[in-house]
Design a protein around this ligand. Structure first.
Ligand code: BEZ
Length: 261
């Protein structure tokens, strides 16, 4: 996943496990087949790699975080998990499909990712992915920006740790690489967080650390409380936080022959 984000695999599984749960629909788009070689890019703690393997596919999970890979290996000892950077990887033997859920938005060098995926696929292979699209978690980003600006005089725009492209931007990027974009959708997915009042704090702690790298622990907690107060009217309803997720889901094919496009 992200190069400068310190992943906490326990927090990810215990408090943010909904990420994999919501990714099950992308596995349906992937439609894994018995015996296929499939790479799960940004596999986290391995839950979707496991779901894919249940179809009889031969899955390799890859993640930048050693902590995530260690946990994935503990949970699913029969699956191959490797540490690797999705922005610069090569494979010895190409795959039938590359899959990714909720990981590409951590990779700002999206062109490099597309190039690596291209080389990792057999001709005719497919790339199926879901990740945050333009406008994703905008209300949260707005509240973070306001608290950083008002309370600390920090301009948050340069600290934004995520890549949330429009569907046109991402499809064009894949087409420039040579892919045929077969399906692409950009849709709203309001996402309830677990743990009631505490939900947003867990989310910020697990995912938004990039904005607060210069903060000591105590100051960070105060900032999180202020962000929750700012975002509450828009995002807290009936006892839980509901974040304004917007997803891109895409299926792209590496043509069997480049001349065919
Ligand atoms: C997402 O899954 O959309 C997401 C997760 C963490 C940070 C930003 C977005």
């Amino acid at each position: 996943m992200s190069s400068n984000h310190a992943w906490q695999s326990g927090l990810y599984d215990n408090k943010l496990g909904f990420v994999s749960e919501l990714g099950k629909g992308v596995v349906e788009w992937l439609d894994p087949q018995q015996g296929e070689r499939i790479l799960d890019l940004g596999c986290g703690t391995g839950d979707l790699a496991y779901a894919i393997s249940k179809a009889g596919a031969n899955v390799t999970g890859m993640d930048l975080s050693d902590a995530m890979i260690e946990k994935a290996r503990d949970k699913y000892p029969d699956i191959r998990f490797i540490t690797g950077n999705a922005e610069q990887f090569q494979v010895a033997e190409p795959f039938d499909a590359v899959f990714s859920n909720a990981a590409l938005h951590w990779m700002k060098n999206a062109g490099q990712v597309a190039e690596c995926v291209w080389h990792a696929l057999k001709p005719g292979g497919r790339f199926v992915a879901e990740f945050g699209g333009r406008g994703n978690v905008e209300q949260v980003v707005k509240a973070i920006g306001a608290v950083l600006e008002e309370n600390y005089g920090i301009d948050a725009s340069g600290l934004h740790p995520w890549y949330f492209p429009s569907i046109a931007e991402y499809s064009s990027l894949l087409e420039r690489q040579g892919f045929h974009v077969a399906y692409a959708v950009h849709f709203d997915r309001p996402t309830p967080l677990p743990d009631g009042e505490e939900g947003l704090r867990h989310w910020l702690s697990g995912f938004a650390g990039g904005f607060f790298e210069s903060f000591a622990e105590e100051e960070r907690s105060k900032a999180f409380a202020n962000i929750a107060a700012k975002a509450r009217d828009d995002l807290f309803r009936d006892g839980s936080w509901r974040l304004d997720y917007k997803r891109i889901r895409i299926k792209a094919i590496k043509p069997s022959s480049r001349a065919a496009i």
